[in-house]
Write a protein of this length. Structure first.
Length: 202
């Protein structure tokens, strides 16, 4: 037991979420999550390297997640993760609803709009699941290492947490997305085989 004037060195110390910086970090974190998911709908190629547009800002979500975990602790970071999760789901629902709203006569971009946000909503379950697993693992690893090393080895917390978080995000996303893609391909394969059969009969 420690007196009020002493510092307990047995446990890691975190800042209070009542500080002015916490809501700003949560707002930036949430905005980056939504922006990265929208930009991820475009495939990008750098020679033989294939990726998506989300690579520009998505890594920053892990940087902000590390800062939240390092400074404010796991519970505060988890609150930010849930906020980003909820706002991402709300954005997907809004995009999905907007696609099916009747387009005005003067609006010529309905098909283009569907192509962009349709890809966003099609894989939203995989994206949300990967996001919440990856970010939670990221925050948990930061706090776990900090509890053991106190204020030392910041590099180990940041690198280790990002690696574990990204790995969890990728595994969960790919596992779910693969099933979605396979399900989407089955009707097209069936329709293609039917076309070949009809041509052969004709």
């Amino acid at each position: 037991m420690t007196s009020p004037g002493t510092v307990d060195h047995e446990h890691a110390v975190f800042a209070r979420v009542g500080s002015a910086y916490y809501p700003v970090l949560v707002a930036v974190f949430t905005a980056l999550v939504i922006v990265s998911n929208v930009t991820a709908t475009k495939g990008v190629a750098f020679g033989p390297i294939i990726t998506d547009g989300g690579f520009i800002v998505f890594p920053l979500t892990y940087v902000i997640g590390d800062v939240l975990s390092e400074v404010y602790g796991f519970k505060a970071a988890r609150r930010a993760i849930y906020t980003g999760f909820a706002m991402n789901a709300l954005a997907a629902a809004a995009f999905w609803a907007t696609v099916y709203l009747p387009a005005a006569d003067f609006y010529p971009n309905q098909e283009h709009f569907e192509n962009v946000v349709g890809a966003y909503t099609a894989l939203i379950i995989a994206g949300l699941a990967g996001f919440i697993v990856g970010q939670t693992l990221n925050a948990w690893v930061v706090v776990l290492i900090k509890e053991r090393t106190k204020e030392k080895h910041l590099w180990a917390r940041l690198i280790g947490s990002t690696f574990v978080g990204q790995l969890g995000d990728t595994v969960v996303f790919c596992a779910i997305a693969a099933s979605v893609v396979c399900a989407a391909l089955k009707p097209s394969r069936k329709s293609s085989s039917e076309k070949v059969t009809n041509r052969s009969v004709g």
